[in-house]
Design a protein around this ligand. Structure first.
Ligand SMILES: [Fe+2]
Length: 551
């Protein structure tokens, strides 16, 4: 196979420039950044940068300390450097590295790279949150990316879009199953090839996903805001367990949970919470246009899924946990009082009624926690929160719904908000297209608050947001079985500010001006000559890195 430009340059340049840099230079070209780079949780003055440094030989040797440097610039060539620093990592963090870069300007695109021993990562691109008056935003979101189920074509599509302010991932970023059949069918083999239950197994699975080129590319081009669903731990997880987890077969639940959460916090570009209760729920403000809360409907406080209607209807049951509930309600009220136009609720399972009050279909969704849903709806109504938009994942299909206390009640009611459900990156809805459209038309007939549903396609939702209206567009790919695919907009729906009623859009939205995508390659000679490599010094014993806000 012909050498890439990068390998040619490294092999030709390496011999002269880095002879002193020790033996590991001869290994594969993306060494040691085999899991790519990423950024996340942008705020107005800071952003998280992430990478993983692959030791020359994979090791759990707690003595081994790997030092790295990072820099951030305002230009793709990394000449206008505004921040730089160094840090180190060890097996304690599975050699992942995270830096919380502060001192940045709001609403600015930045480019960044990491360096270890003269080896530079690719260039990454990220963006801080805007402040003040904001007229136009474009936010994309998706969920349910199962490695063995197919190619991450959806991530590839997202990576190509230069004009996104941020990408949200609403959960099921990894799946815990072995998926043996799918691994054989797609040739995308999970590591380890078993259901994962321990810290090391969750780490290995995250590493397996982060080696995917399309996943690396979308993380390289866009800052992410991520939140977990259940499969980052185990199917249908709740605070005290999961549907398919029995301590007898799968070991102690707390231990499994702690391992899964620790691996997630190590391998994801998320600002690590300083809360004791696993709470990663948090909020982001995009100037005066959007207030976004990213909620955790799984591990922060969810009660077990009910088994009977009577249990389901108990008033003291919660999905978010009462601490997160009150935190979220005050977020909504504050955003309304501060006249932020749109209040977005990023979360996992469907809020709108899928089943009727007496015949809920899925107890794992908000239908299984009606009292909690009513508390949410009461907060929205009583605090006159307008422009309330729920962003949902989990159900591997596309939905647009209006939110009502009881959509099945006779007579005219005013909706209190809308809900947009994203399709999955690879997880299946209904794989047979005919059956999928049959199911769609029967559900459409059943649910008066349903504007549109699709069970067949994978994809993502693009939100094009102004103060006048919010437009949701379902961009889908025709297959994930191969890298050869086509993508198009399946449906576009708008909600006018102040209306909470859905209507079809006249056309897809136009792109907005944006900074160029990051070029692939940081290691050009001119750049390298500007930077002297940092020598590795394994004597220093340090688990967490030192100052510079690095983890
Ligand atoms: Fe899922």
């Amino acid at each position: 196979m012909p050498l890439t430009r990068r390998e040619f340059l490294l092999d030709s340049a390496g011999t002269t420039l880095f002879a002193s840099a020790g033996p590991q230079r001869k290994q594969r070209s993306n060494y040691p950044f085999r899991h790519g780079i990423a950024s996340g949780d942008p705020l107005t003055d800071r952003v998280i940068l992430w990478t993983r440094i692959t030791p020359a030989l994979e090791t759990t040797d707690s003595e081994l300390i790997l030092r790295y440097r990072w820099l951030m610039a305002t230009d793709v060539a990394l000449t206008q450097v505004v921040r730089s620093g160094q840090g180190q990592t060890s097996a304690q963090r599975d050699f992942t590295a995270k830096v919380d870069v502060d001192g940045l300007s709001p609403g600015q695109t930045y480019y960044y790279a990491f360096e270890v021993d003269g080896h530079w990562s690719d260039v990454g691109r990220t963006r801080t949150l805007p402040t003040g008056r904001v007229d136009h935003l474009r936010i994309a979101y998706t969920s349910c990316s199962n490695f063995a189920k197919g190619f991450f074509n959806v991530y590839k599509e997202l990576a190509k879009r230069a004009d996104l302010d941020v990408v949200l991932h609403l959960g099921d970023y990894i799946y815990e199953y072995a998926e043996l059949e799918d691994c054989v069918r797609t040739g995308r083999v999970n590591e380890p090839l078993k259901e994962i239950r321990t810290l090391d197994e969750y780490r290995t699975r995250h590493a397996c996903y982060k080696r995917d080129k399309d996943l690396q590319e979308v993380h390289r081009q866009h800052p992410f805001m991520v939140i977990w669903d259940d499969h980052e731990v185990a199917n249908n997880a709740w605070v005290g367990g999961a549907e398919q987890h029995s301590d007898a077969d799968s070991g102690d639940w707390r231990q499994r949970l702690n391992g899964a959460v620790r691996a997630y916090l190590e391998w994801m570009p998320i600002r690590e919470p300083d809360r004791s209760n696993m709470g990663i729920y948090r909020s982001f403000r995009f100037g005066d246009l959007v207030d976004l809360s990213m909620l955790d409907t799984r591990l922060a406080g969810r009660d077990r899924q009910a088994e009977t209607l009577a249990e389901r209807d108990r008033n003291d049951r919660t999905l978010l946990g009462f601490e997160q509930e009150s935190w979220f309600y005050s977020q909504l009220v504050n955003a309304q009082q501060q006249q932020i136009t749109w209040k977005l609720m990023g979360q996992q399972v469907m809020v709108a009624q899928l089943g009727t009050n007496t015949m809920p279909i899925n107890y794992d969704q908000w239908d299984g926690y009606p009292a909690a849903r009513q508390r949410l709806f009461d907060c929205v109504r009583q605090s006159q929160v307008d422009n309330f938009v729920v962003l949902t994942g989990d159900i591997h299909s596309s939905w647009a719904l209006e939110l009502y206390d009881d959509p099945f009640a006779e007579g005219e009611a005013t909706p209190l908000g809308v809900e947009f459900v994203t399709p999955a990156v690879t997880s299946e809805g209904i794989a047979n297209q005919t059956r999928a459209s049959l199911a769609a038309s029967s559900v459409q007939a059943l649910l008066p608050h349903l504007h549109f549903v699709d069970f067949y396609y994978r994809g993502y939702v693009l939100l094009d947001i102004t103060h006048e209206r919010l437009q949701a567009e379902w961009w889908v790919v025709d297959n994930v079985a191969s890298h050869r695919y086509s993508s198009d907009c399946l449906r576009a729906v708008t909600v006018e500010a102040g209306s909470a009623r859905l209507q079809d859009a006249v056309s897809v939205s136009k792109a907005k001006a944006s900074a160029p995508l990051a070029p692939a390659f940081a290691n050009d000679l001119a750049f390298l000559r500007r930077w002297q490599p940092v020598a590795q010094d394994s004597s220093e014993q340090m688990v967490a890195v030192h100052s510079e806000g690095a983890y």
